[in-house]
Design a protein around this ligand. Structure first.
Ligand SMILES: *Cc1c(COP(=O)(O)O)cnc(C)c1O
Length: 384
């Protein structure tokens, strides 16, 4: 059995080496390192893949979120509602811009922002909701868009973890994650489902005016060379990263299928186990069916109940099985974000999840013998 990796980027590279190398070489030969043709090519290909009018590449997923909020013209004092159970980048940019973060609890099955909690958190100062499509599947975008419309709010989708996932709305229509809200952000961090070989990110929108505003913001607030109309930032996707992404984009659906296939095998092995709750897939389907398109398993995350999650994690490490706890501390308890406005009792789900969740190795190169070893090691441990 090959050594198990949490994310196997080396193994993935081995199978795409020629095309990635050729794509990178093209950038070097052209010496078009910044805003070169590869960036525009990738941008156009991603727009076509997502079915969205505008993709604006930028330097990373955190910048993408910040720039989206700047583009919407959010101002200090505006309240922005987001999930308590997510990576800190989401709340970080809200605070950095002087906006007021309003953290709310998540739902226990899909780990995404809880709609009732969002409803309760809306005040006259609320300007935006940031649903995070955590671990690879969409938040309830039907309910979020309805709330946003009723209260005149912007919706910024943090799509760093769900690129390629679909959301099927109540009326049966399908849309790709990140194309439903007013604007969305994504990250191309190497371990994300579509990752480059350094930092990268992008903003998506169907709004022509917003796209124009954002294209200026990413480039020092410049709409005409050396005319700075607004305060901007320097946030670019470099051409070498775009070359990697453009080589990998045609494989994204196959990569997501490989993740789903691994998730299906994990789910089958853990079925009906008394201590293990396997992840629930998507809107509509309870199982991960063969043509599942709603969950792209950025992480495969179990809930361990009535057993010692930390002891299990230590045992796995001792057997050379990597695992992770995403996330170990709720944002409302992080030093940087604690606030008297929060009442710990309002975060029942997050406060429980942090003790129960464990994420298993999940990537495009997982082999059956590795999955068997991981699942049997977990089941043996829990039966002791
Ligand atoms: C990775 C991630 C980000 C940040 O992306 P970077 O490219 O690392 O800046 C933001 N939000 C979520 C939910 C993420 O997983």
């Amino acid at each position: 059995m090959n050594k198990i990796q949490m994310v196997d980027l080396k193994g993935q590279y081995a199978s795409i080496k020629e095309v990635v190398n050729a794509s990178i070489q093209e950038v070097i030969d052209n010496a078009s390192f910044i805003n070169g043709p590869k960036v525009k090519e990738f941008q156009a290909n991603l727009e076509a893949y997502l079915g969205i009018k505008h993709v604006i590449p930028c330097a990373n997923g955190t910048d993408a979120l910040q720039i989206a909020m700047m583009g919407l013209g959010l101002k200090p004092g505006d309240e922005v509602i987001t999930a308590d159970f997510t990576f800190a980048a989401t709340v970080e940019v809200i605070a950095l811009l002087g906006l007021t973060p309003v953290l709310v609890d998540v739902d226990p099955d899909k780990f995404n922002i809880d709609i009732e909690a969002v409803k309760k958190a809306i005040t006259p100062k609320t300007k935006a909701i940031v649903p995070v499509h955590l671990f690879g599947q969409c938040a309830n975008m039907d309910a979020i868009m309805e709330l946003a419309e009723a209260h005149n709010l912007f919706v910024i989708e943090d799509n760093a973890q769900a690129i390629g996932a679909n959301f099927t709305s109540k009326n049966g229509s399908k849309a790709k994650a990140g194309t439903i809200g007013h604007v969305a952000s994504t990250s191309f961090f190497p371990s994300k489902n579509l990752g480059c070989y350094g930092d990268g990110g992008a903003i998506f929108t169907n709004d022509d005016d917003l796209a124009h505003t954002i294209r200026g913001i990413v480039n020092h607030g410049m709409y005409k060379r050396y005319h700075h109309d607004v305060v901007g930032v320097n946030s670019r996707l470099d051409s070498i990263q775009a070359a990697v992404l453009d080589a990998k984009l045609p494989k994204l659906d196959a990569y997501n299928k490989a993740r789903q296939s691994a998730a299906r095998k994990y789910n089958a092995a853990f079925k009906n186990h008394k201590n293990i709750i396997t992840p629930k897939a998507g809107n509509g389907c309870e199982t991960i069916c063969d043509n599942c398109d709603c969950h792209v398993f950025h992480q495969y995350t179990l809930k361990i109940q009535n057993a010692d999650r930390d002891a299990l994690a230590a045992h796995l490490q001792s057997k050379d099985i990597p695992c992770g706890v995403y996330y170990p501390i709720p944002l409302h308890k992080q030093k940087a974000y604690v606030d008297d406005r929060y009442n710990d009792a309002d975060f029942k789900v997050t406060n429980t999840l942090i003790d129960e969740v464990i994420s298993l190795p999940m990537h495009t190169e997982l082999e059956d013998d590795q999955i068997d070893f991981i699942t049997s090691t977990i089941i043996d441990f829990l039966s002791k």
